[in-house]
Design a protein around this ligand. Structure first.
Ligand code: SF4
Length: 288
């Protein structure tokens, strides 16, 4: 068996930055000395192994808005996806200290949307309207904002052709799909400013998976089923390699079969820790 691991597999810059900083803050325990607790708004990243470990070290994850409203004078981590503008404002008003671990690439989109909507631009976002990153982006707009993901959504846009428009993308959206939509929108509107905000880490990872899947008999995509960028990698891989599997934990290797002569390609989502990738590869070497 030949195993080829994508160079881009695993933690991206933004996730690594957030995880390292969260562990540092938890280990230094300064918040305890100040008589405070430490919270995160939603899971820090989309990987249960990491988030469970952070919880065991003292991080309290809040998902209910009523619990978030109760927070006063505590330390609060904002995760890589960012959060809704009004939540951020409310936390500050309630005297909480914010540890902002929003990925700088997501922060750049927040800044663009807020600046351009202030100038009266209408905003179009290519992405998944239910994704937390997109909800955070939408919450920064002071004017009309539209989220689209397919050609049909463009047909339903009710925007004058002469309007000033800013177009941005969810950082992890599919590059090829976004390009198709950008080309249509460019022809449709006269005053459209396009800022391609898809993160390079995502673009490189998707390209590498495409190439690896074409030359592999089996593809293993490692990461959480709740991670949108991991699911996208799996979808891309499946197009080029029928025997593609999404594995979230090492025991998942029991549910697949690999021929001992197979060429096996491996990639992983941006929030997948290195030790999980290593454990799964070890299992594959030992079991098949
Ligand atoms: S995928 Fe890109 S935008 Fe998202 S957290 Fe990682 S580096 Fe930041």
């Amino acid at each position: 068996m030949k195993i080829e691991i994508a160079k881009s597999a695993g933690f991206c810059f933004g996730v690594k930055r957030a995880v390292v900083e969260a562990y540092r803050v938890l280990e230094q325990k300064e918040y305890e000395n100040e008589g405070k607790k430490i919270y995160s708004i939603g899971p820090l990243i989309h990987n249960e192994i990491v988030t469970n470990d952070l919880k065991s070290k003292g991080l309290i994850e809040l998902n209910d808005i009523n619990d978030i409203k109760e927070l006063k004078n505590e330390k609060v981590i904002i995760r890589t996806h960012g959060t809704l503008k009004y939540i951020e404002d409310m936390l500050k008003e309630n005297g909480n200290e914010i540890i902002d671990l929003t990925c700088p690439f997501v922060g750049k989109i927040h800044k663009l949307v807020s600046e351009y909507s202030e100038k009266g631009y209408k905003i179009i976002v290519i992405g998944d309207k239910n994704h937390p990153e997109v909800k955070g982006i939408v919450s920064r707009a002071k004017n009309d904002i539209y989220v689209i993901i397919c050609k049909n959504d463009i047909n339903n846009l009710k925007i004058d052709k002469n309007s000033n428009i800013l177009l941005v993308c969810q950082t992890t959206t599919n590059v090829n799909n976004a390009q198709i939509l950008v080309d249509i929108l460019r022809d449709l509107f006269y005053n459209i400013k396009i800022v391609k905000t898809i993160c390079n880490a995502t673009e490189n990872r998707q390209e590498e998976v495409k190439k690896l899947a074409k030359s592999s008999d089996v593809m293993l995509i490692i990461g959480s089923k709740s991670s949108s960028n991991t699911k996208k990698l799996y979808e891309i891989s499946k197009v080029f390699c029928e025997n593609s599997y999404l594995l979230s934990e090492k025991s998942d290797t029991k549910n697949i079969s690999i021929n001992k002569d197979a060429v096996v390609g491996v990639s992983a989502g941006a929030s997948t820790p290195e030790n999980l990738i290593e454990e799964i590869i070890d299992n594959v070497r030992n079991e098949f």
